[in-house]
Design a protein around this ligand. Sequence first.
Ligand code: AMP
Length: 540
Amino acid sequence: MLGLMQRRELLISSLIAHAARHHGEAEVVSRRDDGRIARTTYAELETRARKLVSVLRDLGVAFSDRVATLAMNSDRHLELYYAISGMGAVCHTINPRLSQDDIAYIVDHAEDGFIFTDPAFLPIVAAVAPRVAHVLRGVIALCEPDEIPACELPPEIALYCYETLLDQARDAPDWPIFAEETASALCYTSGTTGKPKGALYSHRSTVLYAMATNAPDVFGLRATDRVLPAVPMFHVNAWGLPYVAPMAGASLLMPGRHLDPVSLLALLNDERATFSVGVPTVWLNLIGHMRQTEESFETLQRILAGGAAFPRALIAEFEQRGVSVRHGWGMTESSPIVTANAPKPTTAALDAEALLDQQAKQGRVVYGADVRAENEAGEVPRDGVTQGNLALRGHWVANGYYLLPETEIAPDAWFPTGDVGVVDAEGYVLLTDRTKDLIKSGGEWISSIALENIAVGHPDVAEAAAIAEPDEKWGERPLLVVVPRTGHEPQPEDVRAFFNGKVPNWSIPDRVIIAEELPHGATGKILKSELRRIYTPREG
Ligand code: AMP
C-alpha cells in the first residue's frame, strides 16, 4: 500500500552494524585463558566479524550450514556469533561441560562441518573427533598460532588457527540480506534424561527478543552500562546479552573461563561493571567469598538472576550490598527469557518481608511472549494459589525441536515447559517445581523450591535441595540436603526447626542431611536426579 512504513528484514547482523556505526567506541573487554585482559571496540569487532564471513566462505561454509562453537565468553566468540549467523549459517553453541557422548551425539545430529574451539577445549574435540569424522571437516583454535596446544585429530579433519585465518582473509564483505525467518543459532538442551534436543532460533525471533527484553522492566540496558555476562554464551546465548548489549551500545565484559569468585569480583570491580547476569550458583559462590574477604561491589548496580530459583535470602544480601536483583525465568526453548520480576504500582504498598516474597517470584511476562498455568481443562485461575503446568507461546518460543518432526506443535499452540507454578492476579509467576521434581505427600503438593528458599535463609546454610523420599504412609515425604556455609556447622534438628511457622507442619522435611556439596549439571543447576540416586536409591 502506498505510503506504508518501510519493511526491512530483522537480521542479527543489523545489531552489530548499528553498534559499529553508532557506538563504535563502546568496549568489549575479554579475559584470556592466561588471565590477560584484551580490549576491542564494537567498530573493530564488526570489521573482524565481516572478515570472518569471508574466512567461513573460503572454508566452504554455505548458507544454512551448521558451524559449532565450543568456547567461553570472549570477543572472538562474539565475532563468531555475528559472522556465522550474519552470513546465513547457523551458530551452534556447544556446552563443553556436557559428556563426550552427548557432544558427539549433538555434533553428529547437527552435522557440524566445523568447530571453533577455545584452545583449552581442544582435548575434548580431539577425543570426540574420531566419532564424528563423517561430518566434521575442520577445527579452528580460537587463539594466536603459538598458543595452539599439541593435538591429534583424524587425518581427514584439518586444524586451523583463528588469528591466522583472519590475517589471511581477503576482504570484509557487506552483511548479506536474506529472509528474517532464516535459522540463526542452535542450542541443545542439557536434557537430564534422554538425548539432548536442539532449539533452533531465527533472525526474526532473536531481533524481536533483543528489542523486547531490553525494556526497562527486563534488562533495561543503556549505552552507559558495562555488562558482565557471567552466564556462558553456550547457555542459551548468554540469555541474549550478546545481541542486547550491542543494540543498546552497552560495553561487554567477557570473563572467559575465569568464573571463580576471585576473578569474577576482580573483573566486576576493575572494569566498572554496572550490570551482570548469572545462575544462582555463581552468585552464591561470589557472596560466600565476599563474606569471607569483606570485599564489596564498587560499581555494580543491578543483576539479573535465573536458570534456577533465586532464593529471597540471597536477594536480601545483594540489596544490602547496594545491588538490586531482578529474577528472571525461561528455558532454552524460549530464547530464554519470558518473565522478569520488576515492580508494579501495588509493590510500593508492600512491607519489607512481603516485598522480598514478591521479588523471589519469577516475574511478569515480557511483551511478545505469554504464559499460562494450565491443566487438562485449560488455563487455571490466575489467583496465585491454583497450581498448573506452565505453558508458553510467543515470538521467541520454539514450536518443536530441530529435526524432530514428531515434537512439532501447532503454530499458535502453547508450548509445555515442564515447570509447575502459579500465576497471580497481577500476572506474577511463581514456580513451585519441575514436573519431575514434584513432591506429593498425603495427596498434597509440597514445593521443593519453597523449601530450598527457606533453608538457604538459615544462617549456617549455603545451598540446599529438596527431593521426594518414598514413604509407605504418605506416598512421598520431603528430604532436604544442605551444604554448610564455610566455617559453619548446621545441625539437622536446628535446620528442621527453622521451618516452624514458615510452612505448614506437614511440609517440613522429615530428614535433613548435611553434605559437603551438591551435584551440579552442565549449566550450573542442581542435579536432582543425581541426588535421588544417592539419597533415595529405592527410586532408582
Ligand atoms: P535450560 O533450558 O537449561 O535453561 O533450563 C530451563 C529450566 O530451568 C526451566 O524450565 C526451569 O525449570 C529452570 N529455571 C530457569 N529459570 C528459573 C527460575 N528463575 N526459577 C526456577 N527455575 C528456573
